[in-house]
Design a protein around this ligand. Structure first.
Ligand SMILES: [Zn+2]
Length: 453
């Protein structure tokens, strides 16, 4: 074996190799090796752990047919271990010409088998790896990295999940945590592969960014969920933007820990909790939720339950509906609209001004709601909404010297072309609700009889 420096210090393009590279550096405590001879003891230690300890979900990264997992050697673990070391040595000996598909290094490459390279065994994801072909050529460093990827992923639902961020500190934080879990699992003699204990991908992502923002770590992140189980290779990707993490940092710096959040003290977490709670439709889940979350005061375990608010937020869909439905504060709403939707402050101020002006008609909340707010709620098209605003404008002028809004404000800020009228309507409603002292239930009662929504 000729001597060649193995350098793991630079990020590489392929996410599977990258997550393995980070795991390798943390596992070995160094990122440069004076030849394969120096790396080999770490590889042996790793393979030893894979084979002689419990690692039930290793097949989700390597396939069922890999040397690590194939059932033909289940009864003879020493043989299995020997096979895996030979397998690695064989890759090291190979000297294919070309470029490494992951980092672009030239020549002295290994022809990596599909079984250890996730997502290449099935037909569905053939386009995922850019240079897909029956030959997957990789340099010795990238090839070695792949073997370390299982220890730097967490079990989530049907597969293994991991983030890759443009902020290197996030990647390091994730890796340090995993290798610590991995090592402590070995000591505890339990399944060694890290497990998130969350079976919903979006909840896993939410709880990961919760943790990151507490550490004041911000960046764009792509979350991967993969499975390499034969004939069933799958991948899901969710991209989370830095602004989403910063939003959570601003509205919910601490997650539900010791006490239940209230709308007054902790509005965002209150909503999160409420929607975890709301979705417990089946009876068995209801009992479980009551015991696990409420009776045991284990509020963090709400993450085990599907949450439509988290799901929409993580998927980047609008959550304005939830704010409106729950009569959320103008404060929380505007933070969301500014930080996440990038809405102009001026536009928000003018919509707010319209809601404030309309208070001129508010002598008691219930009458005001029925006569002024309800008709806005009921509008079903932009034309209808614009018409309602014009009627309000006329009414307002009969009582005031100032207009409800100017023509410019209407065209540029209230209903500017290209912006959603429906969104404007929701924002106006949220501002109006805040002015009244009505509860969501009271509003529902006032609306009894009409079948809207
Ligand atoms: Zn490479």
């Amino acid at each position: 074996m000729e001597k060649q420096i193995l350098d793991f210090s630079n990020p590489v393009g392929d996410p599977m190799v990258e997550i393995g590279r980070l795991g390798l550096i943390e596992f070995c405590g160094k990122d440069k090796f004076d030849g394969v001879k120096e790396l080999k003891p770490y590889v042996e230690k790793l393979f030893n752990n894979y084979i002689f300890n419990t690692a039930k979900t290793l097949n989700q990264v390597f396939s069922d047919n890999s040397k690590f997992t194939h059932n033909s050697s289940t009864n003879d673990l020493k043989k299995r271990y020997k096979n895996t070391i030979e397998y690695f040595d064989n890759f090291i000996e190979q000297k294919y010409s070309g470029y490494c598909m992951s980092c672009g290094d030239k020549d002295n490459l290994s022809n990596v088998e599909k079984m250890i390279f996730p997502l290449t065994t099935g037909d569905k994801n053939v386009n995922f790896t850019s240079n897909f072909s029956s030959n997957i050529l990789m340099c010795k460093a990238c090839m070695s990295s792949l073997f370390f990827s299982p220890i730097n992923m967490k079990k989530v639902d049907w597969g293994k999940a991991f983030p890759i961020s443009n902020n290197h500190e996030i990647n390091t934080f994730w890796t340090e945590e995993n290798i610590e879990i991995f090592k402590s699992n070995i000591v505890k003699n339990v399944d060694i592969l890290p497990d998130s204990r969350i079976n919903i991908f979006e909840n896993f992502i939410y709880s990961t960014i919760e943790e990151l923002q507490e550490e004041e770590l911000f960046g764009d992140i792509t979350f991967y969920l993969i499975s390499n189980v034969d004939r069933n290779t799958k991948i899901e990707l969710v991209h989370v933007y830095e602004k989403q993490i910063r939003f959570i940092h601003q509205v919910a710096p601490k997650f539900l820990k010791n006490e239940l959040p209230t709308k007054q003290k902790d509005e965002w977490n209150y909503l999160i909790f409420k929607y975890a709670y709301k979705e417990r439709k089946e009876n068995s889940k209801k009992v479980k939720f009551q015991e696990e979350v409420i009776d045991n005061k284990n509020y963090k375990s709400t993450m085990k339950y599907f949450n439509p608010l988290i799901s929409n937020f993580i998927q980047g869909k609008s959550i304005l509906y939830y704010f409106k439905k729950n009569l959320c504060s103008w404060n929380l709403t505007t933070i969301y609209l500014k930080e996440i939707k990038g809405m102009r402050e001026e536009r928000l101020n003018i919509i707010k001004k319209v809601a404030d002006n309309l208070q001129l008609f508010n002598e008691d909340d219930k009458t005001f709601y029925t006569k002024f707010v309800r008709p806005i709620e009921m509008t079903k098209s932009q034309t209808e909404f614009r018409e309602k605003l014009r009627i309000l404008m006329r009414k307002f002028l009969s009582k005031s010297d100032e207009p409800l809004f100017t023509a410019d404000e209407m065209v540029l800020y209230i209903l500017p072309s290209g912006e959603s009228w429906y969104e404007t309507k929701d924002i106006l409603l949220i501002a109006l609700y805040e002015k009244m002292n009505l509860k969501a239930e009271t509003i529902e009662n006032l609306n009894e009889g009409d079948n809207d929504e």
